[in-house]
Design a binder for this molecule. Structure first.
Ligand code: IPE
Ligand code: IPE
Ligand code: MG
Length: 241
């Protein structure tokens, strides 16, 4: 099932905008949270399928800096789903060699959730098979702003010269730090926008949009998307073959 493309040995990084949970539930006459709960099951399956699919890095968008606009009930439901996912999946992730990390601004999150996030990051820090990164309270503009502030602080303290602010320095100052840039960004549910996800990192990513709602998205669907990705010619600005 691994994609057949020649990837020059580079790790494949797939980033997913998991969209459509709410509509999936509403279509069935269920509360939106039922869609999020079903969506969490798909996350487990997709994470477990990564090694077989040749995906070394999986980054998933779970909660954006804009998602605070939703009802308190939905926000609290999502936050408790994140807590439950971390506690219940910890053993499986360890068994499957999954290293879990988070990106986004965690400071406004519930302290209990913040503690769990730190706990699972250190517990899985030595795992190397699949690098799972979950974006919670993440926004590309927010991330770039925080990085710019940190770099400006370093310059102001005389620890850095303005000339030291290179593209590499900016990449390293982002939450994604030393993670490779995504090769492919997938968005489910038929929406064709980026919604503030990995704005800097996806500069040369390929994009795939599928009409499938996230709670219906299975590893076989990801395999199909990867097969299409494998047929693409990435040029990075060079002349076409
Ligand atoms: C994606 O599903 C999950 C989150 C944004 C948390 P949505 O909740 O956006 O589902 P739709 O787009 O309303 O169907
Ligand atoms: C993007 O989905 C954020 C996540 C998947 C977490 P949204 O459903 O929030 O995006 P918009 O509002 O349709 O752009
Ligand atoms: Mg949505």
């Amino acid at each position: 099932m691994a994609p057949s493309s020649d990837r020059d040995g580079a790790p494949l990084h797939v980033a997913i905008i998991m969209d459509g949970n709410g509509r999936w539930a509403t279509e069935r006459g269920w509360p939106r949270l039922a869609g999020h709960r079903e969506g969490a099951k798909r996350v487990k399956e997709i994470v477990s399928a990564c090694p077989e699919l040749g995906v070394d890095y999986l980054t998933i968008y779970a909660f954006s800096t804009e998602n605070w606009k939703r009802s308190t009930a939905e926000i609290l439901g999502l936050m408790s789903l994140f807590r439950r996912y971390i506690s219940r999946e910890a053993d499986r992730m360890s068994a499957e060699g999954v290293r879990m990390r988070f990106i986004g601004d965690r400071t406004p999150l519930d302290p209990k959730l913040q503690r769990l996030m730190g706990w699972i990051e250190s517990r899985t820090a030595d795992n190397t098979r699949t690098n799972l990164t979950v974006a919670i309270n993440y926004g590309g503009r927010n991330e770039i702003t925080r990085a710019a502030r940190r770099l400006a602080g370093a310059v102001a303290r005389g620890e850095m010269d303005p000339e030291d602010i290179t593209q590499e320095a900016i990449s390293a100052a982002l939450d994604t730090g030393r993670l490779p840039d995504p090769d492919l960004v997938v968005r489910t549910s038929g929406e064709t926008r980026v919604s503030n996800f990995l704005l800097w990192q996806a500069a040369y990513a390929e994009f795939e949009f599928t009409p499938i709602m996230w709670p219906d998205f299975r590893p076989a669907d990801l395999a199909e998307v990867l097969d299409r990705f494998a047929l693409r010619e990435r040029r990075f600005g060079a002349a076409a073959q």
